[in-house]
Design a protein around this ligand. Structure first.
Ligand code: NAD
Length: 496
């Protein structure tokens, strides 16, 4: 099978100079080949988006909202098909893919409210007989560059708000699981989105670099690993673009001595191993405050033993494979290095039973205890089913560990002490905080974003900050002539 770009509302008909393999991670087989865009192919997509901009920015708010509502209906009706596409290329189990799509739907529903969201302000008689008002206008062509781990949800964090605000889009999804983006673009076309408003180009760094340097691209929303996010931010802003670049993570779950340890162990296992740990909000570090360490580690170990790992299409599987063989090998190398560095390997995922084809990119859930902050398993974002437990003596030590970490995407505290939780939310230097909630992904009417090395730029993704990112404000000061007008005054305008 061949997967190609969608430009100007149609599948691309050219011949790609380069292509990439798309795997079925549960079998390890190449399932398709995806075209990699050249700079010229990106130029073609940007030109289509630019040509569509004038008409689309002129579409009324009612028309734009109506397309969003139509898309919402189609998306909701066909979400099972999309979940199957996500599972086939990403590997996450079907129920998890369905969860991703449900959260994506929330972002679409938010954008359906665009007429209300894009209201400006109006001040009557700011000066005598002078009115002042603000208008939120679209930017033009915007680029969206997304990672492999949420091939449906992350594009839909940005695309609905971007187009509802009147922009046109060039979307460059991950080359590892490219089909979800095409499915979404086809549904938008069916929903009545004019040709050229949403274009999809596939590929790698070549396509990304062209988006970052193209003078007709006014803004870029990026999600991916921290080194690439930093590069995208620096290059994009260096080229005069507005950029929001969300990066990687190392999310800590702090467990205080008064916590319900069964609840905490359930949460650690769900948030650590869901989607095989390939979530930017996955819990990768449990910070156990004395004396809970031994009991908590025992409870997590017992729960891991029961996890059903296998082909995400099979009934009952709770955790699927890693996305590629290369990535699986990299994650396995961390299991080796953790042992070499002196962490205690409590559960070795390499021996976990697998309900799937032996060629799949498997690694079972792995648990390390007595991890130190100087070990690679702690300092690096592993992005796989490897959970580390760090033991500390006090609440203050736990906060220090989290705040010293360069990442600041998500964190959670497990406790029954409201005062401690309240202090934590105040003191912790992380953008998204859960109180007895391990994966605190904000609902669509808030905004998503980490701090420190987990986000470069000023705007978080989706929600009100998304609308802010995809619009620029114009302020109009107006006076309509009436008989009192007249006279020359060279002084700076003052309000009277
Ligand atoms: P990645 O950084 O490898 O790729 C992200 C995007 O950048 C892809 O579209 C890819 O084609 C492109 N890209 C890759 N290398 C590039 C290069 N050298 N130059 C230019 N572009 C390049 O990330 P990934 O492996 O696809 O996704 C996993 C990462 O994304 C993890 O680090 C995860 O934490 C992060 N992530 C963060 C969030 C968040 O909201 N902060 C959400 C999801 C994923």
């Amino acid at each position: 099978m061949r997967i190609t770009h969608r430009i100007g509302g149609k599948p691309w008909t050219g011949t790609a100079e380069r292509t990439g393999d798309v795997y079925d991670p549960a079998t390890g087989q190449v399932a398709a080949r995806v075209d990699f865009a050249s700079s010229a192919d990106v130029d073609e997509a940007v030109a289509a988006a630019k040509a569509a901009f004038t008409g689309w920015r002129g579409a009324s708010l009612a028309q734009r909202a109506s397309v969003m509502f139509a898309f919402r209906e189609l998306f909701n009706a066909r979400k099972a098909e999309l979940a199957a596409i996500v599972t086939a290329e990403h590997g996450k189990v079907l129920s998890d893919a369905a969860g991703e799509i449900q959260r994506a739907l929330e972002a679409v529903e938010f954008a359906c409210g665009i007429p209300n969201l894009i209201k400006g302000g109006f001040s009557e008689n700011a000066s005598t007989k002078v009115d002042v008002y603000s208008i939120l206008q679209p930017l033009g062509v915007v680029g969206v560059i997304s990672p492999f781990n949420f091939p449906a949800m992350v594009p839909l964090w940005f695309v609905p708000n971007a187009i509802a605000c009147g922009n046109t889009v060039v979307l460059k999804p991950s080359e590892k699981d490219p089909s979800a983006a095409n499915f979404i673009a086809e549904l938008f076309a069916e929903a009545g989105l004019p040709d050229g408003v949403l274009n999809v180009v596939h590929g790698d760094k070549v396509a990304v670099d062209r988006i970052l340097e193209h003078r007709d691209v006014k803004a870029v929303s990026f999600v991916g690993s921290t080194p690439i996010a930093r590069y995208v931010y620096e290059t994009g802003t260096g080229n005069g673009k507005r950029v929001q670049a969300l990066g990687g993570a190392k999310n800590h779950m702090v467990v205080l001595p008064d916590a319900d340890l069964d609840l905490a162990a359930d949460a650690a296992v769900s948030a650590g191993f869901g989607s095989a740990g390939e979530r930017c909000m996955a819990i990768s570090v449990v910070v156990a405050v004395d004396p809970v360490g031994d009991e908590l580690v025992g409870k997590i170990r017992d729960r891991i033993a029961d996890l059903h790992v296998g082909d995400g299409r099979r009934q009952g599987c709770e955790m699927g494979p890693l996305v590629t063989g290369t990535h699986r090998d990299k994650v396995v190398s961390y299991v080796d290095s953790g042992v070499e560095e002196g962490a205690s390997l409590v559960v070795d995922g390499r021996g976990h039973p697998i309900d799937g084809d032996e060629g799949g990119f498997w690694l079972g859930p792995t648990l390390f205890d007595h991890v130190g902050t100087d070990m690679g398993v702690y300092t690096d974002e592993i992005f796989g089913p490897v959970l580390s437990v760090l033991r500390v003596s006090t609440y203050d030590d736990a906060v220090e560990v989290v705040n010293d970490n360069p990442y600041g995407n998500g964190t959670a505290i497990f406790t029954n002490d409201g005062g401690a939780a309240r202090r934590f939310q105040n003191e912790i230097e992380v953008g998204m905080v859960g109180v007895n909630v391990p994966i605190p992904v904000p609902v669509a009417y808030y905004s998503f974003g980490g701090w420190k090395d987990s986000l470069f730029g000023d705007s978080h993704a989706y929600g009100p900050e998304g609308v802010h990112f995809f619009t620029r404000t114009k302020v109009v000061t107006s006076r309509w002539l009436d008989p009192s007008h007249g006279g020359i005054n060279l002084g700076f305008p003052q309000n009277t």
